[in-house]
Design a protein. Structure first.
Length: 665
């Protein structure tokens, strides 16, 4: 990092739908900045940021990778994220770390499913973003069509700061609209310059008045406005290129350093950071990747982890650059680095004060669960250890270990992730595993209002009395919890223990699924001066919650996908019948030329094989985009039960013995 001044840093995420050329663009940037001497290739498995064996063999990114380069006196930390929807959790964690973004689109395919998902997340966080239309040299590439799609599906504030020269095999680069150019170049620029002027004027009232009065804006006004409005995420500059041929990459590097903002915060602020990734190294043990928002961390510093309420020593601070790393000994505000020595650190942990750390964005919602299988029973302990380590690195895998049944279950996003997990377990641990057929992850919600009560008074010594009020909540509201108990009846420390245990107790409802969309209120509680131990409330809370759910009853909720599809008109009728058979709901179809577009929702349970069938139904001419749309109540005839982990708290006698380690497991 340049002299410790965060002004000279950029933290930028690279995002795209799979195959839009994101990793190739990163590779070109590293080459042109002098970070690497030879260009790598995604197809050949030699890309700098695809360093896992599975990435090299498959030619796709499955983990977010950190690298960095210098350009114009600025150090740029690049987070290169996966483009496939099955690895959306990596994208989700990267969003918390960056101050600016480059969203890459293919000029041939235009706006795709993952493009939309990422775009909405970037807008939700207000992250300044450049739009880079890549693959302008591809057959079928169209700058005009892609820009129109961006305006229709993403944002009307897309502002081209370049005009492309040619397309497909005649693509010869672009003309800057923010710098003087000759008359020959101006011929390419007029229509794009008008779009830029209109986008800038729409975002700035003063310039809008000037534009309306004078019919245009000067070059100087445009330059100043683009710098200011892009950095505040009020417009989104658009650039064009063909990264595979190195065209348009250097102007993109210029835009990254000039139009995207430096990090906020300084070394003088209170220590504030977040762990956004965790890995294990054979020599160094657990490595925590940290983005620091305020303060400084040095080698040997004892650092407070607010999430775990512990302090751990940073034994080594390393700058990560793809596969390489170097010991730098210090991490300053605004920068990212890998820290060794924090054995308890987990993804999402807040380091120091939480005040400087932005909140999380929830993008990745695993909708499927799979059972793990292994041939050699003697390898069972090794398989458990391997999957626990992988779940540590990706918490959304949410490993469920049913020890009594000797079963392991994982939550996954889709079939590609399952294939990649199989290969990772083989490559990394030398273990051969397979996965059962995926089943849908349902949820539960209270069917009505009611109360749950527990008096945990035996076997002595123990004393914990709790009464909960349980009420259904709005769909998508999650869990709301509050306590309405006087501290003289139930000490504050015991109330805190109950608050901590309620979400855990709701992980398995009457049918074994997570319970959501409800309000839980602690309305009565009692401890005993002599007999109560804090752990009594860890045992009592699940019993009280499950007692309440058994009284309210529960409804099953199923996951939905939003879809948008485009097909030749002759396939429309057959597609609509298929959607109705899958319990899909959709808007009236729209006709665009000779194609029909449909948007609506589909239950995941009925459409698991739909993407595969869709291709053959449309003879490969259909376009399908799907993304998670939330949960809704299942029809009455849908039944789904999940194997419970541990003893059911409704069987209170057995559950108490189990929790007090008095029951043989």
């Amino acid at each position: 990092m340049s002299d410790g001044n965060a002004t000279y840093i950029r933290n930028i995420g690279f995002f795209a739908h799979v195959d839009a050329g994101k990793t190739t663009t990163t590779e070109e940037i590293l080459f042109r900045s002098g970070r690497i001497r030879q260009l790598g290739s995604v197809d050949d498995g030699t890309a700098q940021t695809d360093y896992l064996e599975v990435e090299r063999t498959r030619g796709i990114s499955v983990r977010a990778a950190s690298t960095r380069f210098e350009h114009g006196g600025i150090t740029v930390n690049v987070i290169d994220t996966p483009g496939h929807v099955d690895f959306l959790s990596e994208v989700e964690r990267s969003l918390r770390v960056i101050d600016g973004a480059v969203l890459i689109l293919s000029a041939a395919e235009g706006v795709q499913a993952q493009t939309e998902v990422i775009w909405h997340a970037l807008r939700e966080r207000g992250i300044p973003t450049l739009l880079y239309i890549n693959k302008m040299d591809r057959v079928g590439a169209s700058a005009e069509r892609t820009l129109a799609e961006i305006r229709r599906l993403l944002t009307p504030s897309a502002a081209p700061i370049q005009a492309p020269i040619g397309a497909e095999d005649t693509f010869a680069g672009s003309v800057s609209l923010l710098a003087p150019h000759d008359a020959a170049a101006a011929a390419h620029a007029d229509g794009y310059r008008q779009q830029l002027v209109e986008a800038v004027a729409e975002a700035d009232e003063t310039l809008l008045l000037r534009y309306l009065e004078e019919g245009g804006l000067s070059d100087g006004e445009l330059q100043e406005a683009v710098l200011r409005l892009a950095g505040d995420a009020n417009i989104y500059p658009v650039l064009f290129g063909a990264s595979g041929r190195g065209i348009g990459v250097e102007p993109l590097m210029d835009a990254m350093t000039k139009l995207l903002p430096p990090p906020r915060g300084s070394e003088g602020d209170p220590l504030s950071g977040v762990v956004f990734r965790v890995e294990r190294d054979a020599a160094m043990g657990r490595i925590a990747y940290v983005r620091l928002y305020g303060g400084v961390i040095r080698n040997r510093d004892s650092v407070y982890n607010a999430t775990r309420d512990i302090a751990e020593k940073a034994t080594q601070i390393r700058r990560i650059d793809g596969q390489r790393s170097e010991d730098v000994g210090i991490l300053r505000a605004g920068d990212v680095a890998a820290v060794s020595g924090w054995s308890e650190a987990r993804i999402g942990d807040i380091i120091g004060s939480k005040d400087g750390v932005p909140g999380e964005t929830k993008l990745a919602v695993p909708l499927l669960t799979v059972q793990v299988r292994w041939e050699d029973e003697a390898r069972y302990p090794a398989v458990v250890a391997a999957l626990r380590e992988l779940a540590d690195e990706d918490p959304l895998l949410d490993l469920q270990w049913l020890q009594e049944q000797r079963e392991l279950h994982l939550k996954v996003m889709g079939p590609i992730q399952i294939e990649v997990l199989t290969q990772v377990v083989q490559d990394r641990y030398g273990l051969s595993v397979s996965f059962g057929a995926p089943s849908v992850i349902y949820k539960e919600t209270p069917a009505g209002e009611g109360e749950g009560f527990v008096a945990y008074l035996a076997p002595k010594p123990c004393w914990a009395i709790l009464r909960f009020r349980i009420e259904p909540g709005e769909r998508g509201s999650g869990l709301r919890y509050e306590a309405n108990v006087r501290s003289e009846r139930l000490l504050e420390s015991y109330q805190n223990e109950v608050a901590r245990r309620v979400p855990e107790a709701l992980q398995q409802g009457l049918f074994g699924w997570e319970v959501t969309d409800l309000k839980v209120t602690l309305v009565e509680g009692e401890h005993h001066v002599w007999h109560t131990h804090p752990l009594d409330f860890a045992i009592a809370t699940p019993m009280g919650i499950m007692d309440g759910l058994s009284r309210t009853g529960v409804k099953l909720l199923e996951p939905l996908l939003s879809f948008r599809l485009s097909v030749p008109e002759e396939h429309g009728g057959k597609l609509m019948n298929e959607l109705i058979a899958m319990r899909g709901e959709f808007e009236a179809p729209e006709l665009r030329g000779e194609r029909m577009e449909l948007t609506g929702t589909l239950p995941v349970a009925t459409s698991l094989d739909f993407p595969a069938r869709f291709g053959s139904m449309t003879k490969g001419r259909g376009i399908l985009s799907t993304f998670f749309a939330g949960y809704r109540e299942c029809p009455p005839d849908v039944q789904a039960q999940r194997q419970r982990s541990g003893v059911n708290p409704l069987d209170q006698s057995k559950y108490i013995l189990y929790m007090r380690k008095a029951l043989a497991q």
